[in-house]
Structure formats: C-alpha cells, structure tokens
Design a protein around this ligand. Structure first.
Ligand code: F0G
Length: 460
C-alpha cells in the first residue's frame, strides 16, 4: 500500500482552545460592532484571521532565544541574521525592522516622492497605504485571469507585462521609484508568481531604468510553487530558487511573520550599498539603531533560524498540503473559492457564495460574520471594506473580487481543524438562500478602515 502523506514535525507543547455557543457568539459580535478584529481571541475557536505572526516556533527557534545577544550595537544576533539573510536571499546589505510595514515605511521614506507611480501585482494594503500616504499612486498590473476565481492557472499571481510596460512608458523613470512585486500575491489569493514572469518584469525594469522591489512575505511558498509547477525547476532546491528570484531585484521588504515563522520581525534587503546608506537615517528615526531596528536580539536570533526552517522543502510540503486538504474538502461540498488553492490561505468567493446580499452591504464581511456565528471560526474580509474609498472621490472602491480569507497559521492547527472549518462553511453554504442582507458602516477611519470599522446589520 502506498503510504499516505504525514506531517514533517511532531508536537512538543500544546495550547488549549475553547468552543462557545451560538448565542454567546452573537452577543460578542454585537459588542464588537461586527468587526472581527475587535473580538477577543478567547472568543475564537479556530483563528484563521491571519497567518502573520501566528505560527508555531520550533524547538530550535526557542533555543535560539536563549543564545541571543542583546547588545545595543553590533550584537552577535545581528550578524547571525545578516549571514542567514545573505545565504538565503543573496542580499549583502540589510536593515532590521519590527515588521513588514515598518520596512515599507523606512524604504518608501527614502525613495517615494509625491506624484510618483509604483506599478505592482495587487499591492498589499499596508504597501498601498504607505504609497498613498505619500501622495503617490499604486498601479495594479495583475493578470486579468486572477479575477476569475474558477479559472485554474498555475501562476495566477503574475504581473501582466503589457500593463506594466504601459505604466513604464507613460511616466519618466524619475517618477517610478520601484516596481513592487509581491510573492506570493496575497490579495489575489495567495497565488504564486512564476520565475518566467519575474524574469520578464526584471527585463522591463532594466529597459526603462527602474528598480525592482520584491515584497517577500511569502517568498518560500512562492519558491515551492515554482519547484512543483514550473518546468526546469523540479530538481532545484527551494533555496536555489529563492536566490534566483531575489537575484532579479534591487530591494526586498520582508514581513518575517510569515515565511520566516516568527511572531514579530521584518527587514529590508538592498543590492547596493548606496541605497542601504540612504535608508539608515529613516531606520534610526523610525525603528532603532541600524543593527537592531525595532527587534530585540532574541527576535533576530529566532528569525535567523526561521529563515532556514521556512525554506526547507519538507516543511513547505506539509504546509501547502494542509491548505490543499481544506481546499479538497471545500471541493467536495461544491463551495466557490479562488482556484487553485493558494499558499497560505483559502479565499472564498463571496459574490458567488452569497449572491443575494447587495454589493454595497459588504458581501465578504457578511460571509465572514456568518462563518464566525456558525462555529467560532475567525476569517478576514478581503473585499470592499479593505479596498476602502477612492482618495479623491471618497466613494467606495468595489474590487473585482469580494473574498473571505481563511489564512492558515504555520504548524498550528491539525487537519481535523481543517475538516471542522470545511463543515462549518458547508453549513453556511446550505443556508445561503436565507442570507439576503448585509451590513452598513457606522464609523470608519480616514484610511485602512477595515481594522477599526464599526458596523450594524441592515434590516429589511
Ligand atoms: N506584504 C504582504 C504581502 C503582507 O501580506 C503583509 C502582511 C505585509 C506586507 C505587511 O507586513 O504585517 O509584518 O507589517 N500581511 C498580513 C496578512 C497582516 O494578514 O496578510 P506586516
């Protein structure tokens, strides 16, 4: 008999989690003003809000904590991290930051001016926030195939080279501080970008004299998909593939809370010394001295170890297989989601799931709320709430896709939790015809409203 798949780890420490009743959850939701970010985590049974900073560290990472050096300047842990970053990404220069958006803040303070344009493939919300905050424009050049959730294409996170070239042609190079390539493409569904696409983007950047930045939060998952889906890479190691991906870039920003499996941390990698030096002042102002930048020595030591673990094939196979396990269950129940399954999450297609809820009543948020009510599972809206309002007209921006994301933390839940989640979603799907109304906003912040929005149900 062929042996079934099994995880590449065993469990040493556990944390108890608790179920609740539907009545309790309805009451907590009301108190949270129907914003799932405002729920206490103790009110959540399975937390799929994010895969960011929620992973389980290994015994080796916990051991690294104790070996760390907390010196203010020139700490041994900084040099360990430097070696690990250089070995895995090839970037010789780096600045530590406390998380990914801090890396964006430091780098963008150095390179973006008002009126600039930054083309990319579905910029993440904080990336876009940092661009728009500086009165520059993020231009989305993601391939159109990403908008059809039922279309199965291997690299649905790719940038459309035609769209990119139009932006590069339309503006002088001085107005384009960087092309922002996000791997994997989170917003489009955790979808990978092919090496062929990265090469094409890099060639266009060189042709127009523009720099390439890789938003690398999930670079190892992207490398896994290249290895398993792209011709010519089947015999290369994840680290060889990652090195090649980064070889085309001038900068990288990293949210280490994802593929480096730490609870907090980030960094910026630089190809050349001059760019690194220009950023140092902002790092000191916003984060901390250039050899710790918002991280303690133990954070850096853990991160150095996490970068190695996150780029091991067996670990990645265990991880991606769990996401696929949930997807297979959803397929069994006929539930619409962004196909094929992404690296870190499943993205339910809320417009297909709840066709009777009007678009202006926040369909994906309505779905996320129903899933929480059903079984205490917390997901997150990636739709109109997150897309926010147009900075000029202040009207809602309706994105092509209205998604409800179930992000799977690394090494945290078992496949039984995935089965439980799929069953809860099926129960909501079975009663979808009775779900005809959504929510209206009662409070929203000027930008990035989804974190603190307050809502109430629309009653008809
Ligand atoms: N880039 C991408 C692609 C991300 O997914 C995130 C965070 C960031 C940058 C910012 O990093 O959180 O360390 O400041 N994504 C999380 C998520 C929050 O839930 O997808 P950060």
């Amino acid at each position: 008999m062929e042996l079934p798949f099994a995880e590449s780890f065993k469990i040493k420490t556990v944390e108890n989690i608790h179920k609740s009743t539907r009545e309790e959850r309805e009451c907590w939701l009301k108190e949270a003003k129907y914003n799932l970010f405002a729920l206490k985590s103790d009110y959540v049974y399975i937390d799929l809000l994010t895969d960011s900073g929620t992973g389980a560290m290994s015994d080796k990472q916990w051991a690294a904590l104790m070996q760390a050096d907390e010196s203010y300047a020139g700490a041994r842990s900084y040099y360990h991290l430097k070696d690990s970053i250089e070995e895995i990404t090839g970037f010789k220069y780096f600045l530590p930051t406390h998380q990914g958006r801090a890396a964006e803040n430091v780098l963008f303070s150095s390179i973006i001016k008002a009126g600039d344009f930054l083309p990319g493939n579905s910029h993440f919300d904080t990336t876009k926030g940092h661009i728009e905050f500086r009165k520059a424009t993020a231009v989305d050049c993601t391939i159109d195939e990403a908008k059809d959730t039922q279309l199965i294409v291997p690299f649905k996170g790719n940038m459309d080279l035609g769209k990119l070239e139009k932006v590069l042609e339309a503006h002088p190079a001085e107005k384009i501080p960087a092309v922002v390539l996000t791997v994997t493409n989170n917003t489009a569904g955790g979808q990978p970008v092919s090496m062929e696409n990265i090469r094409g983007i890099s060639a266009l950047c060189r042709k127009y004299g523009v720099k390439l930045m890789i938003d690398s939060a999930r670079f190892a998952e992207n490398a896994y998909f290249i290895k398993t889906r792209e011709k010519g890479y089947e015999n290369k190691t994840i680290r060889e593939i990652a090195k090649e991906m980064f070889s085309y870039a001038d900068f990288m920003t990293m949210s280490s809370k994802k593929d480096a499996i730490v609870n907090m941390g980030g960094f910026i990698g630089f190809r050349n010394e001059e760019d690194w030096k220009k950023c140092q002042m902002y790092n000191v102002m916003f984060e901390g001295y250039i050899t710790y930048g918002g991280m303690s020595g133990r954070d850096m030591e853990c991160l150095a170890q996490g970068l190695y673990e996150g780029t091991e094939f067996d670990y990645l196979e265990t991880r991606i297989n769990q996401v696929r396990h949930l997807a297979d269950k959803l397929d069994e129940y006929g539930i619409p989601y962004q196909k094929p399954a992404g690296g870190h999450a499943i993205f339910l297609d809320a417009l297909k799931f709840l066709p009777k809820v009007p678009r202006e009543e926040f369909v994906a948020q309505t779905l996320a709320i129903e899933i929480y009510k059903e079984a205490g599972i917390r997901s997150v809206e990636i739709g109109t709430l997150l897309a926010d309002r147009d900075p000029v007209t202040h009207e809602n921006r309706y994105p092509a896709l209205e998604l409800c994301r179930l992000a799977i933390p690394r090494r945290v839940y078992t496949n039984n939790h995935m089965d439980y989640t799929a069953a809860a979603i099926k129960n909501v799907y079975d009663r979808r015809d009775s779900l005809t109304s959504g929510f209206r906003i009662t409070y929203q912040a000027p930008i990035m409203r989804h974190f603190t929005v307050e809502m109430e149900p629309v009653k008809r």
